[in-house]
Design a protein around this ligand. Structure first.
Ligand code: SAM
Length: 257
């Protein structure tokens, strides 16, 4: 995988790195973080040649510190969704993870909003809630997280009324829990009402990302229902079709005007 990332479009520095082993990943991580910290030096292009997708937590840390991905090959949709959210999500804000699963999205949101912000995370499975809780605790991000074992179509029953119309960012990563029970999956019957409610709670200028997987039973229909809803409501949409195969996942990036 090759990724080009920039902090500024006036490029002053070009770094090329190959990352193959865990050791070199760690070295790269500290180097790149140090460079990101000096971004006032104006302009930085990092060209990363990455052989393994295990690097993704590292990229997420860079993205949450302001790194902009300007070109990528085979970048995972979840990273693209995070990059999109980074353009609007700020410290102290409120964010919702509609399907917290293993907690990666919740952690991403919690790192950005910090201790003065709030992440509200939902999942119908106890296993997902406990995995998310553990991940947040391990990363010292538990204090800004509010976890609910509940269906996302019921968020109104759990969110504090004062954040209505003030939610900055929402992630909705559909499908089943990886390394969990694949028969328990999101369904359009609840996904669509959940999206409608979530959009209502968003502030103007806020964003919602929805990743729809089409490879499992019911996935294609769910992705199609999501598309229909967005069209019908005329929501502002940017669509990333990933690898453009019939069953590859889709990333819907919705902005509230
Ligand atoms: C692809 S996983 C989410 C991945 C997660 N965002 C992460 O960062 O690891 C999808 C999750 O949706 C959850 N889910 C399924 N139906 C749901 C519903 N109606 N309300 C909330 N969560 C649901 C599943 O239990 C599963 O954990």
């Amino acid at each position: 995988m090759i990724i080009l990332a920039a902090l500024d479009l006036d490029l002053l520095i070009v770094i090329q790195l190959s990352v193959n082993t865990l050791k070199s990943k760690n070295i790269l991580s500290s180097m790149a973080l140090a460079l990101v910290a000096q971004r006032q030096s104006k302009g930085l292009l990092i060209s990363l040649q990455i052989s393994s997708l295990e690097i993704s937590p590292f990229l997420q840390r860079l993205i949450s510190r302001g790194l902009r991905i300007v070109h990528h090959l085979e970048m995972r949709l979840v990273q693209k969704a995070h990059e999109f959210i980074t353009t609007v999500l700020k410290e102290s804000a409120s964010a919702i993870d509609m399907t917290c699963g293993n907690g990666m999205d919740s952690l991403f949101l919690a790192r950005i909003v910090g201790e003065r912000g709030n992440v509200y995370a939902f999942d119908i499975q106890e296993e997902a809630i406990s995995r998310t809780k553990e991940l947040l605790q391990e990363n010292n991000c538990a204090s800004q997280a509010n976890l609910f074992k509940a269906c996302h179509s019921q968020i109104e029953l759990y969110l504090p009324q004062e954040i209505k119309g003030h939610v900055n960012s929402i992630t909705m990563n559909l499908g089943y829990l990886p390394k969990g029970n694949h028969d328990i999956s999101t369904r359009s019957k609840t996904t669509i009402p959940a999206m409608l409610t979530a959009y209502d709670w968003m502030q103007s200028g806020g964003v919602m990302t929805v990743i729809a997987y089409r490879g499992h039973k019911g996935g294609k229909e769910e992705a199609e229902e999501v598309r229909k809803l967005i069209n019908e409501k005329k929501w502002k949409l940017s669509l990333d079709q990933g690898r453009k195969k019939a069953d590859s996942p889709l990333l819907y990036m919705i902005s509230k005007l």
